[in-house]
Design a protein around this ligand. Sequence first.
Ligand code: GLU
Length: 428
Amino acid sequence: MEIKSLKPGTNAKLHTKTGDFECVILESPNPEIILVKLNSGYNIGIRQEDILDVKIMKGKESKKEKNKPIKQNKNLKNIALVVTGGTISSKLDYKTGAVKWLTDPEELLEFYPELLEIANVKKITVPFMKASENMDYKDWKLIAESVGKLCNDSSIDGIIVTHGTDTLHYTASALSFALKNLNKPVVLTYSQRSSDRASSDARLNLMCSARAAISDAAEVMLVGHASINDDFCYALLGTKVRKMHTSRRDTFRPINAEPLAKITPEKFEAFTSYRVKNNEKTGVRANFSGKVALVKFYPGQDPEIIDYYLKKGYKGLVVEMTGLGHVSTGESSSNWIPYIKKAIKSGMTICAAPQTIYGRLHPLTYSVGRELEKTGIIYLKDMLSETAFVKLSWVLGDKIMSRDVKKNMLKNYAREYSDYIKVEDFLN
Ligand code: GLU
């Protein structure tokens, strides 16, 4: 087979002098070089003369029929999709090798019609299409409002939010706090490979998300691959989850908590107790403040960073502290205590979260921590720093809760604190 005759978009297996590659052929500006996208997501160029054999693989092609109504089966439960962007909402552009947004969100169902064997997709809402690193607290509000509306729509049994992975755990926290009296499952999911790729993790994630969305768990759950195999997913608590790998499909791990459930496309098997589906009216409390920052302490860091935020009118700071809850109290120029005292006196809230990610802060163990504790820092025990950042923004943005920030930061609203951390929860 003449490699030159392969059309961009063809899935192929190339046997070359430097190895074998499963890939998608891309458009190449240089006829001597064959540009391909590997299953890992990387694009590489291979010299024509180095290709020894080519095998065409069956690929997924979108057979788009405009405005075709989504197939409904009256024996199945109904779900809604809230589509916000990210890799799961994108497909490969064979010209550039980069991924671009799906032309319309229904395309997702054309790539994964299996989803419709688990549940009917009754509604699709698109508050915006963004890469998740471009989102901020205003987007959390928009997503919370879209989801809140669907919670109070009695024709919908559960909701799936599709989202980019980079900041998905922030949004999962934001929804966990913002949705009050949750009455049905709210599932956040993603993919690490675009939805048109044969190797995409979207298929299993979407099918398991649909299974979670028709379960009786009225929880905000992040659902995705439990391992690098395409076999089952975990449902993870929205406040106890973090992206832990740049590219693995099981990138989201539970932190200081166990998974809420194990899910296959056929079964939702809970590990922990959960809030059960109910007829309450779900409220939305989502006036997040934009005047909150997350700062990571590092050796030798200039404490003037606190002054910087104070001058800019920030109302709250979460500091990722070292070890059991420490920052420098050393030589005068690097002593954080006077800066912290000044900021707190000026009305700023300063919270501490563990930079180790796993474990719990214990500020009173060392004398350094005791001194720091006296300044009025709020130590957030085992709360993830990202969750703490979202929660502080939520508390400070709310008229009533901001009257007693400390009480509200320490109150366990959405299982953001674990009373007990099991040994096996570490790197689970
Ligand atoms: N960085 C983009 C995002 O987080 C794409 C990556 C992804 O979805 O995994 O939305």
